[in-house]
Write a protein that binds this ligand. Structure first.
Ligand code: SF4
Ligand code: SF4
Length: 67
């Protein structure tokens, strides 16, 4: 089983990771980071394949993938 962790302080809410996840497992949080951005977070982590597309797409290197 794989999962991702998003560094909420690096995330600028560009939504690229949301667009690229083939399983639609990422959404913007209802919470804010310290600069007022709705950071990305994963849901249904048990479905994550660890494909790393989201991490490769993130321009701010905010996503780590754990397999
Ligand atoms: S690793 Fe792949 S399946 Fe998992 S959240 Fe990222 S894009 Fe989606
Ligand atoms: S691609 Fe990176 S910066 Fe953009 S929403 Fe996803 S985690 Fe945040």
């Amino acid at each position: 089983m794989a999962k991702i962790e998003v560094n909420s302080e690096k995330c600028k809410s560009c939504e690229l990771c949301i667009t690229v996840c083939p399983l639609g497992l990422i959404k913007l949080s209802d919470r804010f980071n310290s600069v007022g951005e709705h950071f990305a977070e994963q849901h249904d982590a048990d479905k994550c394949t660890g494909c790393t597309l989201c991490a490769m797409m993130c321009p701010d290197f905010a996503i780590e993938v754990y397999k």
